[in-house]
Design a protein around this ligand. Structure first.
Ligand code: Z5A
Length: 207
């Protein structure tokens, strides 16, 4: 049986990842593709518990390296218990964020050494890398204003300022030079962004 496809969505907050993921998932299912829509940190019951720990704005500080370790602990659970088994069954996985988010947020945002991040990526998911990454790109001010308009509670990342998100976006723009990544202009109306995401997938894997 052919291995399924692993597609990730990346971008700063408010870029539209969750909204686009839901519509792309619907489209793939309508083509008869068995697809799991999932997210990071999280995606399995235990990994969702790590998500709650790492996003919670408690009083205790979390050092950047501890944050990286929590992200990769959640990722290992997610890869072992959901992503790899699904891909091996020939199913597709559509994941809202993956290791590029660690490179951008903990690497560029928090200043964690890229050597540590790449070593952990190798140890945690050497055999599971995205086949395609859709990078939804918006200027920081637009992303933050969309997120603020929709926001309920504020998590540990949403308290960061513009300079943090500028570093994160710059790193994403560097990552977008890799051939597996398609940059999508997410300042466009939602319908156009969804169409671009669908076109990126269907041009690679036509039905
Ligand atoms: N994180 C990390 O630091 N390191 C890691 O390794 C990983 C994650 C895996 C997860 O929080 C946090 O974890 C994240 C990075 C960190 N924090 N930040 N920032 P999350 O999952 O809760 O947050 P998020 O990933 O940033 O999601 P988000 O804020 O919900 O953004 P989004 O999914 O990209 O946006 P959306 O919810 O689809 O859209 C936001 C609003 O804009 C909504 O009202 C939409 O209707 C609207 N929207 C979307 N697209 C459009 C367009 N094109 N036009 C107009 N309006 C639009």
């Amino acid at each position: 049986m052919a291995r399924g496809r692993f597609i990730t969505l990346e971008g700063i907050e408010g870029a539209g990842k969750s909204t686009v993921a839901a519509q792309l998932c619907e489209r793939l299912r309508s083509r008869g593709v068995a697809v799991h829509a999932t997210r990071e940190p999280g995606g399995t019951p235990l990994a969702e518990r790590i998500r709650a720990l790492v996003l919670d704005r408690g009083d205790e500080s979390i050092a950047p390296e501890a944050e990286v370790l929590l992200m990769f602990a959640a990722r290992r659970l997610h890869v072992d218990n959901l992503i790899r088994p699904a891909l091996e069954r020939g199913e597709w996985v559509l994941c809202d964020r993956f290791t590029d988010a660690t490179r951008a947020y903990q690497g560029a945002g928090r200043g964690v050494a890229s050597g540590l991040i790449e070593s952990l990526a190798q140890a945690v998911h050497a055999d599971v890398e995205p086949d395609l990454t859709l990078f939804l790109d918006v200027p920081v001010a637009l992303g933050l204003s969309r997120a603020a308009a929709r926001r309920g509670t504020t998590d540990r990342f949403e308290t960061e300022g513009h300079a943090f998100f500028e570093r994160v976006r710059s790193r994403y723009l560097e990552i977008a030079r890799e051939t597996r990544v398609v940059r999508i202009d997410a300042t466009e109306p939602l319908a156009a962004v969804v169409s671009a995401a669908i076109a990126a997938v269907e041009s690679r894997w036509p039905t």
